[in-house]
Design a protein around this ligand. Structure first.
Ligand SMILES: Nc1nc2c(ncn2[C@@H]2O[C@H](COP(=O)(O)OP(=O)(O)OP(=O)(O)O)[C@@H](O)[C@H]2O)c(=O)[nH]1
Ligand SMILES: [Mg+2]
Length: 288
C-alpha cells in the first residue's frame, strides 16, 4: 500500500491551521481526473465552516462529461461553490475564480455592507494535494509568475500571501497529503498522476494498477491504442514496449521502461481525456 506523509507536510498542516484565523474562505483544489482521491479529508476539518470553492484543475485532461457530473455533485455540498478550469490555456480562468470567490463570500459581505462596513479584499487559502496546480492558479489570478510552480510534487515549501487582485488575497500553501489513505485506489491515483514522490514507487506495479483501472472505466481504449486486445495489464505493458521499441538486450520487451513511458504519457494527458472516478449519485455522502 502506497503512503507518503513526510515531516514537511505535517509542519505545513500545523501552519495552515495557525493561519486559518486570518482566512475568510478556502479554495480547495482537486484534480479533475480523480476528484475523489484528490480530496484531502484533512481539509474539510481545517476549513471548519468557512465558505469553500472547489476548483477542479487540469480539466483539459479530464473527461468533459464526467467533469460536468462532478460539478453538479460537489455543488450540492453546503456553503460550497465548484468550477472546473484549465489553468494552462484558459486566459479567463483567473477572472472566473475571482468571481466565484466573491459569490461564495457574498452573504458575509452583504452583512458587512448593511452594517456600514466596506468589505476589504477577500482572503482565501489555496489548499490541496501536491502538484495539483495551487501555485499555477495563483499566478494565473495575479496575472504574473509570483510564486514558483513546476511539474513535480513538493515545490511550494512555505505559506505565502499574494495580493493577487484588488479583490482577492491568496495564501499559497505546500501540497499536503494525509497520514492514512482509505484504500488502494487513492494511493494508486495519487502516485500515478504525480502527487507522490516518484523515487519511492515501484512504477511497474503502479502502471499495471492504473492500466487495470483504465481497462475497467474505458474498456477498449488501451486495447485499441496499443493493439492489446485480450491482454492483461502486464500484457498491455509488453505491447507498449513493443510499440515503442523498448527492448532488453536479449530482445525481450522492457516492461520497466514501458511503465515509465506509460506513466509519463498518462500524466501529460496523452492517453486521452480520462476521469477514473465517477460521482456516486445513489449513495450520496454530502460530507465532502
Ligand atoms: N494541463 C494542465 N496543467 C496544469 C494545470 N494546472 C497546473 N498544471 C501543471 O501542473 C504542474 C503543477 O503545478 P503547481 O502549480 O506547481 O502545483 P502545486 O499545487 O502548487 O504543487 P506543490 O507546490 O508541489 O504542492 C505544473 O507543471 C503546471 O503547469 C491545468 O489546469 N492543466
Ligand atoms: Mg505550489
Amino acid at each position: 500500500m502506497i503512503q507518503w506523509y513526510p515531516g514537511h507536510m505535517e509542519k505545513a498542516r500545523r501552519q495552515m491551521i495557525e493561519r486559518l484565523k486570518a482566512v475568510d474562505m478556502v479554495i480547495e483544489l482537486r484534480d479533475a481526473r480523480f476528484p475523489e482521491a484528490s480530496r484531502n479529508p484533512m481539509l474539510l476539518e481545517l476549513a471548519q465552516n468557512k465558505p469553500r470553492l472547489i476548483v477542479l484543475a487540469k480539466s483539459d485532461m479530464a473527461d468533459p462529461d464526467v467533469t460536468e457530473q462532478w460539478i453538479r455533485r460537489l455543488r450540492k455540498n453546503e456553503n460550497t461553490a465548484c468550477i472546473a478550469v484549465d489553468l494552462m490555456r484558459d486566459s479567463k480562468c483567473g477572472r472566473k475564480i475571482i468571481r466565484e470567490c466573491l459569490e461564495v463570500m457574498k452573504p458575509k459581505r452583504e452583512k458587512q455592507l448593511a452594517r456600514g462596513i466596506r468589505p476589504r479584499a477577500v482572503r482565501a487559502m489555496a489548499a490541496g494535494i501536491p502538484n495539483v496546480g495551487k501555485s499555477t492558479m495563483i499566478n494565473r489570478i495575479a496575472g504574473k509568475n509570483t510564486v514558483k510552480a513546476a511539474d513535480k510534487p513538493g515545490v511550494t515549501r512555505s505559506l505565502t500571501w499574494i495580493h493577487a487582485d484588488k479583490e482577492l488575497d491568496l495564501l499559497d500553501t505546500p501540497g499536503v497529503l494525509w497520514p492514512k489513505f482509505d484504500d488502494e485506489v487513492t494511493g494508486t491515483l495519487l502516485a500515478a498522476y504525480g502527487s507522490i514522490n516518484d523515487d519511492i514507487l515501484e512504477r511497474n506495479m503502479l502502471a499495471m494498477d492504473v492500466i487495470r483501472m483504465i481497462q475497467n472505466t474505458y474498456p477498449g481504449l488501451l486495447e485499441d491504442m496499443f493493439d492489446a486486445h485480450g491482454e492483461n495489464p502486464n500484457g498491455v505493458l509488453k505491447k507498449i514496449a513493443a510499440k515503442r521499441h523498448l527492448l532488453k538486450e536479449e530482445g525481450k520487451p522492457d516492461t520497466r521502461r514501458a511503465a515509465d513511458a506509460f506513466l509519463f504519457d498518462l500524466r501529460k494527458g496523452k492517453i486521452g481525456r480520462l476521469t477514473l472516478e465517477r460521482p456516486d449519485e445513489e449513495n450520496e455522502d454530502l460530507s465532502e
